[in-house]
Design a protein around this ligand. Structure first.
Ligand SMILES: [Zn+2]
Length: 311
């Protein structure tokens, strides 16, 4: 914990210098104070850190990370953190400047793209062009395992006395991920391959589709901050008719406006399209929704997708 106390001392010293006598409350429990942007990563960090870390997640259930702007209290939390973690790959677009300036000022900060190799990152393609890196990496269970290892290593670097503890928690987490992967494979196997067409409000499920052989179409593209054109809706409506897709899925963190527009476009073509249910794409849900942790959230999504697409 030496580094931690040095850091805390520096924070105190800075605050005292700047404000002439103010102090911040010391972390009396001796735990690492970790601040994380997204729900998926905050949940995983708490599992890896266990009793030796306090994790503060800045974004709650149902919050869209593409458009979330840091609040003054978020900035306070970030300034007082021993360690900051974020997804990266431009998911938290509104945090870019904040993280850049914090990094320059020497904050301990990591993003999950450090855990993965370039060839693992999917490119978002639109009209045949590679546009940008796809940030929705939590749907790739292998990548998520690497991310969990990175988190364990980050904790161990700041708190070497508990390095074995973090490593053991990572190994346990890794086993649970393996079981989850098997669960998903078994569930997906209930659906014939030709029926595996997943249409959602925005393009969050490409990593899922890649691993489990789904064709994935997001009406709005990869980023919730862009508008879906009538062209996108019309192309997707044609696909629904052609492939007799029974259902489209809404997302807890995205407006269902485009989904409704798609349903209308399909009906205008004489077809029909139901809503297969609500998916937790860019933010987890609550325990009541059976989506309050990474594992439940993934299983609930897969159950919803498979049941919704059965003909
Ligand atoms: Zn997204």
């Amino acid at each position: 914990m030496k580094k931690f106390f040095v850091k805390l001392f520096l924070v105190l010293a800075t605050v005292v210098n700047v404000f002439g006598g103010l102090t911040v409350q010391a972390q009396e429990d001796g735990k690492l104070n970790v601040v994380i942007t997204t729900t998926h990563l905050a949940d995983m960090a708490q599992d890896i850190g266990g009793e030796h870390v306090n994790v503060t997640g800045l974004m709650g259930p149902g919050v869209d990370p593409h458009g979330y702007e840091p609040t003054p209290s978020d900035i306070d939390a970030l300034n007082n953190a021993d360690l900051i973690g974020y997804n990266g790959l431009h998911l938290e677009a509104m945090f870019t400047d904040v993280f850049e300036s914090m990094e320059k000022s020497g904050a301990n900060i990591f993003s999950l793209d450090e855990a993965i190799t370039e060839d693992q990152i999917l490119d978002y393609k639109y009209e045949g062009k590679d546009l940008e890196d796809d940030p929705h990496i939590w749907f790739d269970i292998q990548i998520w395992d690497q991310a969990a290892k990175l988190v364990a290593d980050e904790f161990a670097a700041l708190d070497p006395d508990n390095a074995d503890y973090y490593q053991a928690n990572y190994e346990d987490y890794s086993k649970r991920l393996e079981e989850l992967d098997q669960y998903v494979k078994d569930k997906v196997a209930e659906l014939p391959e030709e029926d595996r067409i997943l249409i959602t409000a925005h393009d969050a499920f490409s990593y899922f589709g890649e691993k489990y052989d789904f064709r994935v179409e997001g009406i709005q593209g990869i980023n919730t901050q862009t508008e879906a054109g009538t062209g996108d809706i019309s192309i997707t409506a044609d696909l629904v008719i052609e492939e007799e897709v029974p259902a489209v899925f809404i997302e807890s963190s995205v407006s269902d406006r485009n989904v409704q527009a798609l349903i209308e476009a399909v009906e205008a073509r004489g077809g029909s399209l139901g809503i297969g249910g609500e998916l937790f794409s860019d933010a987890m849900g609550t325990d009541e929704e059976n989506a309050g942790n990474y594992f439940d959230c993934y299983k609930t999504n897969v159950d919803t997708i498979v049941e919704g697409l059965k003909k």
